[in-house]
Ligand binder design. Structure first.
Ligand SMILES: *Cc1c(COP(=O)(O)O)cnc(C)c1O
Length: 348
C-alpha cells in the first residue's frame, strides 16, 4: 500500500506541479524544479533516519537485487572473503550472487530450522578476515526479523532493509551500508535507496563498470545518469507523510501494535498458525497457514470480496502472508482479523 494522502497529493500535482505547467514526469532531472524535489527528499530521509553526515544517501535503480553483486564489487576492498547470514530466501539470493566474486562464509545458517529462528550468538561462525558481514534484518518471504542489530565487532555491517526500512528508528552509525528497494515500505518500484559510509567508497574490484561503482553515484548526487525521477518524487512525498505521522518512533509504535494484534489472533486460534520463533517475528510480513490447506482458495476469494487483497503467500512458501507495511492503517489489520475470525467460525 501507499498512503492515500500521498496518492491524492500526487494526483493533484500530476498535470501541473506547483504552477510550473509541468508534470514531475516531464521535468529535466537537472532543472531547478526537480533539483528542489530531489534535495528535499534526501534531506527528509536524512532527518527521519538521523543519518550522519559521513554517510552518502544514493537514489539508484536496479532494485535491491542489483546491490547483491554491487556489494562485493564495492566492499571487498582487497579482501577475498565475506560473512553472510542465511536467514531466508533473500539472504540466500544475496549469497548466491556474492559467491561469484568472493569466498562466502555462511556465519549463521537457518536452513535447518526452515528459516524460523536464528542461532544464539555463541554459535555464529564469524571469520576474522571477512571484508564485511551481510544480513537481512527482515526476511520478507519467511517473516523472520531481527529486533536487535547483530554485534559483529569492527567488521563493516551491511543490511538489506528492503522490507523494514522506516518501520522504526535504527542507529545508522552501526552500519557500513544499508540498502532498500523502495517498493515495500517507501514508494513505487524503480528506486533503490543506498546509505553508505563515505570512507568505504571508491576501492572497487578491477573492471567494475562505472554504473556499478557507488562512488560514481555519490560524486554525482545520484545523477550520473537519469535517475528514476517520478519514483524519487513519490518517495519524497512518503518521507513527508511519515514526518507528519510523528516520524519513526510513531511508526514503530503503530507497527508493533498492528503486528501484536495479528499474531495474537493467529496464536489464540487452532485454525491459523505462524511457525516463526516469537523473538524473531516480523512486524511487516506475517505469514500464516490454515489448518486445512484445501481451504486456501476459499479464504483468498472471500477475503478479496471484502477488499482484503494480496494475502496469498509467496510462491516459494505457500499459505498466506499479510504484508502490513507503514502505509497499512491499523483499521486494515482489524478488518483482516475480523475476517479471519468469521472464516474460522464458518469452516473451523
Ligand atoms: C523484495 C526484496 C528484494 C528484491 O528487491 P528488488 O527491488 O525486486 O530487486 C531483496 N531483498 C528483500 C529483503 C526484499 O524484500
Amino acid at each position: 500500500m501507499l498512503p492515500d494522502a500521498v496518492m491524492k497529493q500526487a494526483q493533484q500535482e500530476m498535470l501541473d506541479w506547483r504552477g510550473t505547467g509541468m508534470s514531475v514526469m516531464e521535468m529535466s532531472h537537472r532543472g531547478p524544479e526537480y533539483t528542489s524535489i530531489a534535495e528535499k527528499a534526501e534531506a527528509d530521509l536524512r532527518d527521519l533516519m538521523a543519518i550522519p553526515d559521513d554517510y552518502a544517501v544514493l537514489f539508484l535503480q536496479g532494485g535491491a537485487s542489483l546491490q547483491f553483486p554491487m556489494i562485493p564489487m564495492n566492499l571487498l576492498r582487497g579482501k577475498t572473503k565475506a560473512d553472510y547470514f542465511n536467514t531466508g530466501a533473500w539472504s540466500t539470493k544475496a549469497i548466491e550472487e556474492a559467491q561469484r566474486y568472493c569466498e562466502v562464509n555462511v556465519a549463521v545458517d537457518s536452513t535447518d530450522n526452515r528459516f524460523t529462528t536464528v542461532a544464539d550468538k555463541a554459535n555464529w561462525q564469524l571469520s576474522d578476515d571477512a571484508a564485511y558481514v551481510h544480513y537481512t534484518p527482515n526476511e520478507t518471504i519467511h517473516g523472520l526479523e531481527f529486533h536487535d542489530i547483530p554485534d559483529v565487532g569492527d567488521v563493516p555491517l551491511v543490511a538489506d532493509m528492503s522490507s523494514t526500512i522506516l518501520s522504526r528508528p535504527i542507529d545508522v552509525s552501526r552500519f557500513a551500508m544499508i540498502y532498500a528497494g523502495a517498493q515495500k515500505n517507501i514508494g513505487p518500484a524503480g528506486l533503490c535507496i543506498v546509505i553508505i559510509r563515505k570512507s568505504l567508497l571508491g576501492d572497487v574490484l578491477p573492471d567494475t563498470p562505472k554504473m556499478l561503482n557507488y562512488k560514481t553515484h555519490a560524486d554525482n548526487g545520484s545523477m550520473f545518469n537519469t535517475p528514476a525521477t517520478y519514483s524519487w518524487y513519490l518517495a519524497g512525498l512518503v518521507f513527508d507523510w511519515i514526518k507528519q505521522q510523528g516520524g519513526l518512533e510513531a511508526m514503530a509504535t503503530i507497527n508493533k501494535r498492528k503486528a501484536d494484534k495479528l499474531y495474537y489472533a493467529i496464536d489464540s486460534s487452532d485454525f491459523y498458525a505462524n511457525p516463526v520463533d516469537v523473538n524473531y517475528r516480523s512486524w511487516m510480513n506475517i505469514p500464516f497457514t490454515l489448518a486445512d490447506s484445501k481451504l486456501e482458495k476459499a479464504f483468498l476469494e472471500q477475503a478479496a470480496a471484502e477488499h482484503l487483497l494480496t494475502l496469498k503467500g509467496h510462491r516459494d512458501l505457500g499459505g498466506m502472508r499479510a504484508s502490513i507495511y507503514n502505509a497499512m492503517p491499523e483499521a486494515g489489520v482489524d478488518k483482516l482479523i475480523a475476517f479471519m475470525q468469521q472464516f474460522e467460525r464458518q469452516y473451523g
